[in-house]
Design a binder for this molecule. Structure first.
Ligand code: ADP
Length: 307
């Protein structure tokens, strides 16, 4: 079982010829409303791969909250712990995509900022040895920390995708990293957290993953886009090469990776197997426009891995 603690947003996407200047009014085309947010994306990623998946997240009491609930339920994500925050609006990302692919994004977190630490006690009933708690940081860090404590007490493993990266030294973040079994960061986050320039070789990235273990996690995975990922578990480090991808849109590759890694660990796989399945899911997720559209099923992922 995978329990995701994180954000749920509605992404409002509109295509424009070029991004507007301040004060300018433009005509756009192709408006799309999609479920997004790192928490919801990672929950859908895990669920499509066959893991029983619960989402602890917050939506508002507006129409978008209802839409989010229905979209996630249709995917099969369990919503027993989805919270409705009275009077709040559902988190929204307003995304403009220009003809040359450049974008401008404004995120209004709304209800996500009201996801309450005190209610995490209720997660004890759904976390047990073998289960995986998967958290990201688009919701209050003290809520993630409280959920991680509940997970550890229940004997479940904690996977943290430290995105967006908080300010260095943020006390709840420092404490959270010490409660983490697997830390997942992308290239930019890894460099910021290590406060180092980019390594020039795969071995350099493995050393950087090992270096990040000093913050407390038992293992660290760094995703490197089209170059795959590296990992270190305190004993050994390795490179997971990328899978070939027909890239249309890389949005959500990281969420696909994290959801697949969590589902794989919850299914009893080793960390090395889970990193491999994460990379395969990330590669497949780049094949369609949008964060959730191309999230693979178990069959699609097994086929790419050659099972
Ligand atoms: P984020 O979206 O968080 O920046 P990455 O870009 O590192 O994350 O992507 C996550 C994972 O998705 C990578 O580790 C890789 O396995 C896979 N991936 C991303 N882009 C590509 C690509 N162009 N080709 C193949 N795999 C990719």
């Amino acid at each position: 079982r995978v329990v995701v603690v994180g954000s749920a947003n509605v992404d409002m996407i509109v295509r424009v010829e070029h991004l507007p200047e301040p004060g300018q009014t433009l005509l756009g085309t192709d408006v799309a409303l999609r479920t997004g947010g790192k928490g919801a994306n990672q929950a859908v990623a895990a669920c499509r791969l066959g893991a029983e998946t619960l989402l602890y997240a917050a939506v508002g009491t507006d129409a978008f909250g209802l839409q989010t609930r229905e979209a996630l339920a249709a995917e099969g994500v369990r919503l027993d712990h989805l919270v409705e925050v009275d009077g709040a609006s559902t988190g929204m990302a307003m995304i403009m995509v220009a003809a040359d692919g450049e974008n401008t994004i404004v995120v209004a977190p709304g209800a996500n900022h009201a996801l309450d630490a005190s209610a995490t006690a209720g997660l004890a009933g759904v976390l047990a040895p073998g289960a995986v708690l998967a958290a990201q940081l688009e919701v209050p860090i003290d809520t993630c920390l409280a959920a991680a404590d509940v997970a550890r007490r229940a004997g479940a493993r904690v996977v943290l995708n430290a995105a967006p990266l908080p300010k260095p030294g943020e006390p709840d973040f420092v404490a959270l990293l010490r409660a983490v079994d697997v830390l997942i960061v992308n290239e930019t986050e890894a460099l910021a957290l290590a406060d180092r320039p980019a390594p020039s070789s795969p071995d350099g990235w493995i050393l950087l993953a090992r270096d990040l273990l000093r913050h407390g996690p038992a293992a660290c995975v760094i995703t490197l886009g089209g170059r795959g990922a590296v990992a270190h578990d305190g004993t050994c480090g390795w490179v997971q090469p990328a899978f070939a991808a027909d890239v249309v849109d890389t949005t959500g590759a990281g969420d696909a990776f994290c959801g697949a890694l969590a589902a794989s660990l919850a299914g009893g796989d080793s960390l090395a197997e889970a990193v491999g399945r994460g990379c395969a899911a990330g590669a497949l997720a780049t094949g369609m426009l949008g964060a959730q559209a191309a999230l693979p099923t178990r069959r699609q992922l097994d086929r790419l891995i050659g099972l």
